[in-house]
Ligand binder design. Sequence first.
Ligand code: ATP
Length: 209
Amino acid sequence: MMTTRIALFGGTFDPIHLGHTTVAEAAARQIDARKVIFVPAKISPLKGFFPFASDKDRLRMIELAIAGNDLFAVSDCELKRPAPSYTLDTVRQFQRDGEPETSLHWLIGADGIGDLVHWHQIQELIDECHLTTMRRPGYPAPDVDRFEPVWGPQRVAKLKHDMIETPLVDISSTEVRKRLAAGKDVTGMLHPDVIEYIREHGLYRGVRP
Ligand code: ATP
């Protein structure tokens, strides 16, 4: 039976920007994934703050940003679970509910590598999916050798094997929120329909980024 590859892309997406969609598309090409499923997080336990837009608004903005792209889908499974919601639970849910020969890749940008040691049951997560790391401007290339004493050589080898090269897109949600709060233009950073949604709903006005 053929293995189907599915990429899961978790994040706060507050808001989703063109960096997210650009690297997601490139990642899908590299790993030959049939779908990239965006999985907005309820609250990231490591970020230590609540998102600035509601769950409903973040979900809606993702729907607008991916509309018409058959490669992309969105899942609200983490929004429905009581917080804190862990990546491992999400991966297990997709594994349980998906087709038997499904190989799951969890996408993560280079800025998140340092935090991996704090992730809930990280070793099980590395074992149960392909934790796929991507480059990000302003951050060094993912270095996982330093984790070898804790996770062991096999897990580190798996992480290295799963590293991919994606385009460097210098956009972050923090920068987008800062610009919106200052009334600056965000054309070219967000999908036009997301910009329209933010304007219509008065999101990110005067918030501390
Ligand atoms: P914030 O600025 O609020 O921290 P963010 O831009 O990092 O937000 P998140 O929703 O936190 O966006 O990111 C979700 C995932 O996407 C993370 O794994 C992050 O590393 C990755 N990511 C976000 N922006 C980029 C980018 N420009 N290039 C590569 N990966 C990215």
